[in-house]
Structures are given as C-alpha cells and as structure tokens.
Design a protein around this ligand. Structure first.
Ligand code: NDP
Length: 465
C-alpha cells in the first residue's frame, strides 16, 4: 500500500512538473483584467513575455516561484500631490510618481519625466522596460522610473525651480545613492536635474550620487548628455557592420529635437551621414540635402536656450515644414525615432519599408507600435528596440555613479570608450539570444531574453521577496 502511494506521488510530481509552464497569453490576460486602464504598461509586458516564453519554460523552477508575475509587477509605487506657486502667485497642483520596479541586480535606476501626458501606466511601462535595459548594460542597476504631469513648456525658470523643489520635497525620502537613483527623461534635462539635486542635497544633508545627469561642476560625468544619442549610433554601427554597410552618405530620418535626437544627429553628421528630418510635438522639418553642423547648432540653441519650436528652424532656413507631420513619409535609408512612445505605427512602418528603409534604431522608449515592430521583423530589416539601442544613456549614468562613489572623474575619452564597449556588448548579447533559424538576428527577442535571464537568476538566488 505504502509503495502504491509512493509511486502515485512520483507520477503526480512528474506530471505536475511537465504542466507547470508559463503561458504568456494567460499572464497577459490576467494583468489586463487587473490593470485595465494601463495600455502602455500592458503593451510593454506583452512584447517581453511573448519573446521570453520558450526560454522561461526551459526553467520550471521559475514558474514554481511564480517569477513572471513578480517580475511584471513593480516592487512598489509612490504617488503624491505636488503643490507649488506660479509666477502670478496662484497655487498649482500636479501629481508626482516614482515606480520602483525591480532591484534584483542593483539599486533602482531610471529617469524622471515631466510631461502633461504622464500617468501611472506610462511610468509603469517605462520602469518595466528599464529593468531589462539596465540588465543589458552589464552594470549593477535595477529598474525604476518617475515623473509628473507637470510640463516645463512655457514655464519660467523660477516656476520650474519651484516645481522641482516641491517634487523632491516629497520624493527625497524614497531615494538615495544605494537605494534609487533618478536621472532625466522627456522634459527633464540638466536644468531640472540641477534643481532636483540641490533640493535633495538640502533635505538629505548629504552630497552623494543620488541623481545622474548632474552638472559637471557637481559630480556629473563627461559624455552623459551625449550618451543616449551617441550610444544609439554606436549600436547602429554594430548592426550595419553585420551586413557590411557603411554609414557614410546614408539618409537618416530622426524624430524629436530634444536631448536624444540632437546628439544622435551630431554623431551621425560627424560620420558623414545625412540627417534629413527632425521634429517636435507640433511638426516636422524636412531637409533633403541633410542638415549642416551650423543648422544643428541652431536647433540645439533653439531648443535648449530659447526653448522655441522646430517651426522656427523652417522659418529661418526656408525648408519644408509640416504642421502636425511626422518624419516617416520621407524616403530614407535609416530611421531613428527619438521623441516618444508609439510615435511610429504600422502604416508608417509600411511606408518606410516601401521607401527602401533598411534599418531602424530606436532612441526613444517603445516608439514603434506592435504592428510596426511586426512589419520590421517580418521584412528582416535591421531593427533595434529602444531597450538595447538607447541603453547608452543609463550606461553612462551607471558610470557617473561609479565615478561619484570613487570621488573621481574620468576623461571624455575614457567614458566614450567605455560607452562604445558597452554598446558592442549589448549588440553581442542580442546576437547570442536573438539568432533565428534563417540567420536573421531578431534584436527584440535577443534583448528581451538577455535582459530577462540575468534578472531572473538574481531573483531566484534571493528567494521570494
Ligand atoms: P526631451 O524632452 O529632451 O525631447 C523630447 C523630444 O520629443 C522633443 O522634441 C519633444 O517635442 C518630442 N516629443 C515629446 N513628446 C512628444 C509627442 N507626444 N509627440 C511628438 N513629439 C514629442 O527628451 P529626451 O530626448 O530625453 O527623450 C526622448 C525619448 O528618449 C523618450 O522616449 C525617452 O524616454 C527616451 N530616452 C531618453 C534618455 C535620455 O538619456 N534622455 C535615455 C533613454 C531613452 P516638444 O519639445 O514639442 O515637447
């Protein structure tokens, strides 16, 4: 009788092992039921789960510890009201958030976004993506993201300062150099990081590397402002090399005209490529012969000093400007979306492909819709998702943290060399996990699996938390 039960137990355990598989679709359906109003978050989760499902199921221990659900849901979310006084003496109220997604491989790390569209869904998608991106960088950083529905556009310097101070008056207790290290993102550049860091320093009474993207005078790293754009171009060069393509003379369509877009353009110009478009949330400029360095300097000043609109470039240089237009309808060899999420849809992708575009490297986070990604991968073009291609920014943030801890600063050449090596490493990881039977490198799959495996192994080793 005892023997019978032992055999029965054994059969059950074998059967149990063989059926405990993660079914990506079921997990996503469940998250959809629990978070019905978070489309961006669900979109990001779906993309990752669909590409890691097979690898995940090679490790039944992951499912026994319900690792996938723990990895999809943030460790914690802080949300708070931010009250501040505008120049007319009126009290303004915004919402502030910090999502601490996962710290299995290092302190939470990820930017702060100030934009009127910010909500919990957008920040949850960004924090989720950041976890995998940071894992790819080879540096010890977990994933987080934060922000507010405050828009710096049209605000005076003093208003921006007062808002940043009010934001950090609440946030400061949740962050720290070994806990959670914020940085910039849309609407948050050197000015905003400076104000936030100043307030943090005052509240915490410490001078540590709690923010990255700081000014050079107070602990910032050389090459941090350039890092996301330059890193994206380095990643692109690695991809082009796999097909023996030279960047020189290639026509590149860029969207956006902020930090990522302008430094992407700068590096491209230095390599002899032609930047034929740039944009902002109002419209797109088209320069068929390619921007000159002087014209790019003008855009940089226009956006960072005068905080003007891209339309003013067209007025000065007499080029084509389309109000409300996007760059993807112009013939180009390479597209580098560098503005915001879901800015390139399936129709845009089909137009790009019909016009001969053979490479897309994403500076922004999730700029291509799932339909667009499907088109690129199906067409077997070189397609790099943001979590791989734009990881240069957070990588140099990681190097800024390392310099702050050592109380040292490295030269621009040292930082740039490390950035190039990290982007090449990320490319290698994508190739390792993303090679398909026909020899095509699926960079989406490669980046997701490589990023996932490191975090998953760390979570398993640390137990159920
Ligand atoms: P900036 O605020 O410096 O620039 C954003 C640019 O995108 C601006 O030209 C802005 O136009 C445009 N833009 C913003 N929202 C929209 C919209 N809804 N539609 C059309 N255009 C829009 O931000 P960054 O350059 O820092 O960030 C750009 C992207 O890169 C984001 O997706 C960000 O998450 C990602 N990223 C940034 C990193 C960094 O280091 N900064 C690192 C990794 C990724 P306007 O001026 O009119 O608002």
């Amino acid at each position: 009788m005892i023997l019978f039960f032992k055999i029965f137990d054994y059969i059950c355990s074998v059967e149990y092992k063989s059926i405990i598989k993660m079914k990506a679709k079921e997990v996503i359906d469940d998250l959809r039921r629990r978070f019905p109003n978070e489309p961006e978050y669900l979109q990001a989760v779906e993309e990752v789960l669909m590409s890691i499902e097979d690898v995940y199921n090679e490790h039944p221990e992951f499912e026994r510890y319900n690792l996938i659900e723990r990895l999809c849901m943030p460790d914690r979310i802080f949300s708070f009201r931010v009250s501040w006084v505008d120049d007319k003496g009126r009290v303004q109220n915004n919402m502030g958030y910090r999502i601490q997604h996962n710290n299995a491989i290092g302190p939470y790390k990820g930017g702060i976004r100030f934009h009127s569209s910010v909500n919990q869904s957008i920040l949850k998608f960004l924090a989720f993506e950041q976890t995998f991106k940071n894992s790819l960088t080879t540096l010890p950083m977990g994933g987080g993201k934060g922000g507010s529905d405050f828009s710096p556009k049209g605000k005076s310097d003093m208003e921006v300062m007062r808002f940043c101070q009010a934001f950090v008056a609440e946030l400061w207790r949740h962050i720290g150099p070994d806990t959670d290290v914020p940085a910039g993102d849309i609407g948050v550049g050197g000015r905003e990081v400076g104000y936030m860091y100043g307030m943090y320093k005052k509240m915490a009474r410490e001078f540590t590397g709690t923010f990255t993207g700081k000014g050079l005078e107070f602990g910032g790293s050389l090459v941090r402002p350039e890092a996301t754009g330059y890193g994206n171009v380095y990643f692109l060069l690695n991809m082009l090399a796999t097909r023996g393509i030279d960047i020189k003379g290639k026509k590149v369509a860029i969207s956006g005209s902020g930090n990522v877009a302008t430094y992407t353009a700068k590096k491209l110009l230095s390599l002899g490529a032609k930047v034929i478009t740039m944009s902002d949330s109002n419209g797109t400029i088209y320069v068929p012969e390619g921007l000159t360095e002087e014209q790019l300097d003008f855009i940089f000043e226009l956006k960072n000093i005068y905080r003007g609109r891209i339309r003013e470039f067209a007025e000065k240089y007499g080029c084509e400007y389309v109000e409300g237009g996007r760059p993807w309808g112009y013939p180009c060899d390479i597209a580098m979306p560098s503005a915001t999420q879901n800015e390139l849809d399936g129709d845009d992708a089909r137009t790009l492909l019909a016009n001969g575009c053979f490479a897309v490297s994403e500076g922004a986070n999730m700029p291509s819709t799932p339909d667009a990604v499907h088109e690129f991968v199906n067409a077997r073009i070189l397609y790099a998702p943001g979590k791989a291609a734009n990881a240069g920014g957070v990588s140099v943030s990681g190097l800024e943290m390392a310099q702050n801890s050592q109380k040292l600063s490295w030269t621009a050449e040292e930082v740039d060399a490390k950035l190039q090596r990290i982007m090449a490493d990320i490319h290698t990881q994508c190739q390792k996990y993303g090679k398909e039977a026909d020899g095509y490198t699926n960079y989406v799959k490669g980046a997701n699996i490589a990023g996932f495996m490191k975090v998953a192994k760390a979570m398993m080793a640390q137990g159920i938390l």
